[in-house]
Design a protein around this ligand. Structure first.
Ligand code: 9YT
Length: 133
């Protein structure tokens, strides 16, 4: 059994901030926890826009606080995000993530699991997971 609180993650090496400061990710479950996925609470800072495309991962996101939107870049479709909204990037969808005038608080699951300190590269992606024997 793994039991962990957000207070244990805050300020630890499981709390990762985007290079541009747009988000902070508190990684409650990581690859080393051997669940087959990672599980994070992510705060998207108010009044920010972030381009994301997870080429090597699938991600599902559930909003618990704040309001914003995603825009899929291939077709310009805009989807509003508010508490109770879930979106799944099942096609490695390239998108903009925008938080409106308050922080967005999101719960995120990644498959494969993140290993710990990943931050977005210039394409808004994370590197592939390390090869495992
Ligand atoms: C929703 C999203 O992808 N935000 C960027 C950070 C990511 N969720 C993470 O690493 O927790």
């Amino acid at each position: 059994m793994i039991v962990r609180t957000i207070d244990e993650v805050l300020g630890s090496d499981r709390e990762v901030t985007a290079i541009n400061g747009n988000w902070v990710s508190r990684r409650l479950l990581l690859d080393e926890d051997a669940m087959g996925f990672s599980f994070h609470e992510t705060i998207i800072k108010a009044d920010t826009e972030t381009m994301i495309q997870y080429k090597n991962h699938l991600e599902a996101v559930y909003c618990v606080e704040g309001e914003g939107e995603i825009e899929t870049i291939v077709d310009g479709k805009v989807y509003s995000i508010k508490p109770g909204t879930m979106y799944a990037l099942n096609k490695h969808d390239k998108h903009y993530l925008r938080a409106f005038h308050e922080d967005l608080r999101l719960l995120c699951v990644f498959n494969p699991a993140l290993t710990g300190d990943e931050t977005h590269d210039r394409e808004g992606s994370y590197p592939p997971p390390p090869y495992k024997k």
